[in-house]
Design a protein around this ligand. Structure first.
Ligand code: MN
Length: 288
């Protein structure tokens, strides 16, 4: 059995722009920026009700450099726009994998129709570090449509595991990644039981998006994060009700981290450079 380090309640939320009300599980005082490497940050917008509005709430133009943002829309829809001319919508159940790499400006906000109608909104944004040799990769997008992801189906159709990245019981995920990263979304029916293995060399945690489950014998509830120790390999999930789980795992990138605001590099000289590039317009132009 993989040992559980701790089960965390969601930390006090804060607003990102006027659209995203997020619990930053890490980095935090309790979970360092290196603890879940290659994942640098986990922002979780727990399920909330959004009132109908004409104005599309969200976060205005800002830069990123040196890593990737991976955005999951579990409820509601998120639109985005960037300085390289890319634009798109992350629909319910979909993921957008953005490689900021050498630097990009973008904005993220509620999709127009969702904004008008309002409704449930629940999302996750993960920041995935890039190895130093790939920090200057060209910016790119990978739209990962939930319904098109390869799936593992539990025996007796007790649930599914959508493989966005990595490999689950022989089912390979669609995302192209720069280092070893695994992202699985489990949809489990009440009473479903699922066992799988993750090597001790990976940093692993899981977030309960819906429902309640026994995780290696300990009970975890909606909106809690289960952080594993790097001891033992087997993970056993038992759904106490209908449950949705996001599993995050990856091989740590053992390099120095210099993080400041929207930039994550290896040294602070590189951070100064990034600010200089940003202020001199190297990341292009985007209207607010
Ligand atoms: Mn952003």
């Amino acid at each position: 059995m993989k040992k559980i380090d701790r089960i965390y309640n969601p930390p006090r939320p804060h607003w990102v722009g006027d659209g995203f009300h997020v619990h930053t599980f890490f980095p935090s005082q309790e979970i360092s920026i290196k603890r879940m490497s290659p994942f640098l940050l986990l922002d979780y917008n727990a399920k909330m009700r959004v009132a109908p509005a004409e104005k599309q709430r969200g976060v205005g133009v800002h830069p990123h450099k040196g890593f990737e943002t991976v955005t999951f829309a579990f409820h509601g829809k998120v639109a985005h726009h960037d300085s390289a001319g890319h634009a798109g919508v992350i629909g319910e159940g979909d993921v957008q994998w953005m490689t900021a790499g050498s630097g990009v400006l973008h904005k993220e906000y509620y999709e127009k129709e969702f904004s008008k109608k309002g409704g449930d909104f629940q999302m996750v944004q993960l920041w995935v570090n890039l190895p130093s040799k790939d920090k200057s990769a060209n910016p790119r997008y990978q739209p990962l449509v939930g319904d098109q992801m390869k799936k593992y189906i539990l025996p007796g159709e007790m649930g599914t595991v959508k493989v966005f990245a990595g490999e689950y019981k022989g089912v390979k995920g669609s995302a192209n990644t720069f280092s070893h990263v695994q992202l699985f979304v489990f949809h489990l029916k009440e009473g479903a039981k699922e066992d799988f293995e993750i090597p001790e060399t990976e940093n692993t945690s899981l977030l309960l998006l819906e429902g309640a489950a026994e995780v290696n014998g300990e009970s975890a509830n909606m909106n809690q994060l289960v952080l594993f120790k790097n001891e033992g390999i087997k993970i056993s999930l038992q759904a106490e009700e209908e449950t949705t789980v996001l599993l995050m795992s990856g091989t740590p990138i053992d390099e120095p981290i210099a993080a400041y605001g929207p930039f994550v590099m290896n040294t602070y000289t590189q951070i100064d450079q990034a600010f200089h590039e940003f202020s001199s317009g190297k990341y292009g132009y985007l209207e607010d």
